[in-house]
Design a protein around this ligand. Sequence first.
Ligand code: PLP
Length: 386
Amino acid sequence: MRYMTTDQYGFDTLAIHAGQDPDPRTGAVVPPIYQTSTYAQDGVGAPRLGYEYSRSGNPTRDALQECLAAIEGGRRGLAFASGLAAEDTLLRTVCRPGDHVVIPNDAYGGTYRLFAKVAECWGLDWTAAPLDDLDGMRAAFRPGHTRMIWAETPTNPLLNIADIPALAALAHEYDALLAVDNTFASPYLQQPLALGADVVIHSTTKYLGGHSDVVGGALVVSDTGLGDELAFHQNAMGAVNGPFDAWLTLRGIKTLGVRMDRHCDNAERIAAYLSEHKKVASVLYPGLDSHPGHETAAKQMSRFGGMVSFRVSGGRDQAVEICNRAKLFVLAESLGGVESLIEHPGQMTHLSAAGSALEVPADLVRLSVGIETVDDLLADLEQALG
Ligand SMILES: *Cc1c(COP(=O)(O)O)cnc(C)c1O
């Protein structure tokens, strides 16, 4: 099954089998955790199956990488120690000092910090622009310097939607790449490479891992030349994940489809409930007709995901109080696990954007809707909202 292709099998089949043939020696159905740093060689310069050192290659990580490529419909998947490690590797593979990247004006806080506080020190320029405004994006372009549009859709935490085919066309007009952070949608709901993107980025910590027990990141590309360059940098920079982390992520991916269906079912119910609540000023969920990106989302996503944000009418203190009162919704950062989480982005995940153009509203609450019994989740929100 090493050469499974997306046209041959459906998504869930690929998630369960791609890169995961039974072990040839023992028949083990699940890929073993090759917890080794090095490999005995059959002679000088003759490593067995090409494995010589686990930063450069490890069979458990290879299984994950093949699976990632298959479920995103790409040719090359690369796994990293975290989403930000994947992002850093992408930036330093594609960009040089003096280059420029257009990023979302509501990028994930850690992505913003990587550009503003790290990459900028090494001579990389960036502009934050609203991804849903194509004229604004075009105005942000610096022909000859802009190497990449960095998109997130839906965005974290405002759930804004970017039109992937339109951004791909814009990037390609200027010989730039379109990279899409697909963490919020997951490949089950949205396939950016098929929509024209050149690179897909993941924090596999979130939906792909799905159980809040492992941190990881990934890049997936269709172009094998770019894939080779990224693989070179993955090894040269060394931000790889360990075999056990790769194994946990691979196990999580097997159930991605069934989990996402339940995340979406529950999130739709909760978005509808919040839309009717007196204390809620607005609900940000791309599945709602009222969402400005709803039509675009409906074109490029099969469903609208498990993340729901809302703004409360009582301001910052009320938002904080709701977060503190929730019981079943665990007060925590991160997202995409089977358990429901609640957080106040302004003081938690997006604190690093405070005081910048990317600051998020203080009255915002973000939910990562889990796969628990939905009535229990609704009851918890009812008591938390008071
Ligand atoms: C969490 C997250 C990241 C960063 O990933 P880590 O695994 O935490 O390094 C990047 N993008 C988005 C959208 C995220 O939610």
